[in-house]
Ligand binder design. Structure first.
Ligand code: GDP
Length: 564
């Protein structure tokens, strides 16, 4: 039974469809959005149809990734400050989430666009929203530290996204730095330096002392030229992705977008996710106003009526009205999806219920902690919890740092519970979790977390029953009554017979029928509740009449066994 506003799963819909003669076809959110856009004459696949002659080279877009403290932020700072050719007074002053630098390569001035949020979390958050912005990844590895866990994660993310990697071996100024060791270590991950016959460019740098940073930028361009065909059509309506967005007291919603196709103009009507508006002004990373922004250009846009989310794709609509309608339709879809999700997501407390309905047998967990040590320790201990073969724990994601929007998204999709070990989400993320119905548990002592998780796993177990035999009675006489059927005249041999208990017939020591019930119990003419060992009684088994002299009626109860 489902109410009219309830969400159902695919299987139920299929059954319902068969029942009433309709064909059910589930469409993904993306397909639905595509259809919506088509109603406004926007075709996202149009790029594939573009004529070769319309395509012009565009600068590569670069993300800096690597282990914490290996120098990602410092490198981005250095590049920002020393942008040699296009040097403004004092370098790039504003932080808008992305910036462009100009590099001299063989006498040609070439541009590179940098996404200014280091780390692969931003990279995955974007990808999760469908924004594939990065063309080339710079992997920063500190020469005094070597390959570390997040180095490996970064490699995995980049390779999964098929993004070529340029390795920056950083901190070569530090005494004891060993760049060759880094080269050796990375070979195991398929990153073989060119000088060893591979195809990955390695550059030894010092982000702090600005050594070889120019060579690194050249390596990025050479890698992009060798491995990618970076071209876009500047002569079409712009589209791209939101890199960063916030609400500014004076200026309203401020979003940095990266144009991927086409050219964005002041005055364009745009939609970014569920936000819309008209481009009132555009600013570059130096705070200068711009009239137009072509492919690979990051630009700060003023004029949206609300703040989009980083990773939201943006596009230009034919006019303000179309932009508003697209955004409003998407808002409605999002609300509906949120409502549906809300019902699906579970909390530790209702795991028990869900599990009883056999919906879940794995407790999915996302662990975030203040240090990699604590996260590993917690994960190790959690994995050691053994409650039963029927339920288990699955850590679907772990990481160091605050609980992010990404974590909540993941927990929503995989119905997971988030464990924060000495870390908290910010307000926005906490609100999101609240809206999505994702449970976040906070701990600062490992054993508390273990106790809690263990308890909820036990709660997930279906109750286990065991059978307890409560009495045996021998049939010594059979009274045939037209009104009640056969009545067994018995002698209770052991235990106590109670009315209403389950019973079976043992004939010559073999259980013949198992699912009977003592439906009436009498001593002489009186109905009684129970009869003890050593007494005679009359037993009626309801509609079951197949009894013989000498049969034994064995009564039993199912008792819930407490799990240890
Ligand atoms: P991130 O966590 O990867 O962003 O690392 P940061 O950029 O914050 O750098 C971590 C620390 O290493 C900071 O104290 C930097 O000043 C320092 N650092 C970064 N690059 C270099 C370098 O090339 N040489 C030296 N000696 N220190 C560096």
């Amino acid at each position: 039974m489902a109410t009219a506003t309830q969400s159902l799963d695919e299987e139920t819909f299929q059954i319902l469809g068969d029942e009433i003669g309709w064909k059910i076809q589930l469409v993904s959110a993306e397909e639905e959005d595509k259809e919506l856009l088509q109603q406004f004459d926007i075709n996202l696949d149009e790029e594939e149809l573009q004529d070769d002659k319309d395509l012009k080279p565009r600068p590569p877009v670069v993300t800096v990734m690597g282990h914490v403290d290996h120098g990602k932020t410092r490198l981005l700072d250095t590049i920002r400050k020393t942008n040699v050719i296009a040097r403004e007074a004092g370098g790039i002053t504003q932080r808008i989430g992305a910036y462009q630098v100009t590099v001299d390569l063989d006498g040609e001035a070439r541009k590179i666009t940098f996404l200014d949020t280091p780390g692969h979390e931003a990279f995955t958050a974007m990808r999760a929203r469908g924004a594939e912005l990065t063309d080339v990844a710079i992997l920063v590895v500190a020469a005094d530290d070597g390959v570390m866990p997040q180095t490996v994660e970064a490699i995995n993310h980049a390779q999964a996204a098929k993004v070529p990697i340029v390795v920056a071996v950083n901190k070569i100024d530090v005494p004891g730095a060993n760049p060759d060791k880094v080269r050796g270590q990375l070979t195991e991950f398929g990153l073989v330096p060119e000088e060893y016959g591979g195809d990955t460019m390695f550059v030894d740098i010092s982000a702090k002392q600005n050594i070889n940073v120019d060579k690194l930028l050249e390596a990025v361009l050479l890698t992009a030229d060798a491995e990618l065909d970076l071209r876009a059509n500047p002569n079409m309506d712009a589209r791209g992705a939101t890199v960063e967005a916030r609400l500014d007291k004076g200026r309203g919603a401020v979003a940095t977008v990266l144009v991927q196709q086409g050219t964005l103009h002041v005055g364009d009507a745009i939609v970014a996710g569920t936000s819309y508006g008209r481009v009132r002004a555009m600013l570059d990373e130096n705070g200068h106003t711009m009239e137009a922004a072509g492919p690979s250009t990051p630009v700060q846009v003023l004029g949206l009526t609300s703040v989009p989310t980083a990773g939201d794709l943006f596009l230009v609509a034919s006019d303000d009205r179309a932009a508003r309608q697209i955004a409003e339709k998407r808002q409605a879809t999002e609300r509906a999806a949120q409502l549906a999700k809300r019902r699906k997501v579970v909390s530790l407390e209702d795991f028990k219920k869900k599990f009883a309905e056999s919906e879940i047998d794995m407790l999915n967990i996302v662990i975030k902690g203040d240090s990699s040590g604590s996260v590993e320790a917690l994960e190790d201990s959690l994995m050691k919890i053994e409650v039963s073969d029927e339920v288990g724990i699955q850590v679907i994601h772990r990481g160091v740092g605050a609980i992010t929007q990404n974590d909540v998204n993941l927990a929503t999709v995989d119905k997971a519970v988030i464990i924060g070990f000495n870390v908290r989400p910010n307000r926005q993320v906490a609100d999101l979790a609240e809206r999505e119905g994702v449970e976040i548990k906070y701990y600062s002592v490992i054993y508390r977390a273990i106790e809690d998780i263990e308890a909820s796993l036990k709660g997930m177990l279906k109750p286990e029953y065991e059978e307890v035999v409560t009495s045996h009675s021998e049939i010594r006489e059979i009274f045939r009554s037209s009104k009640f059927g056969n009545i067994a005249g018995v002698m209770v041999q052991d235990g106590e017979v109670k009315r209403g208990t389950k019973c079976r017939i043992l004939r010559n020591g073999v259980a013949t029928v198992n699912d009977l019930e003592i439906s009436s119990l009498r001593r002489f003419k009186d109905d009684v509740q129970s009869v003890k060992e050593g007494y005679e009684a009359g037993i009626n088994l309801g509609t079951f009449n197949d009894i013989e002299l000498g049969d034994i009626i064995e009564t039993f109860e199912m008792r819930e066994v407490e799990r240890k």
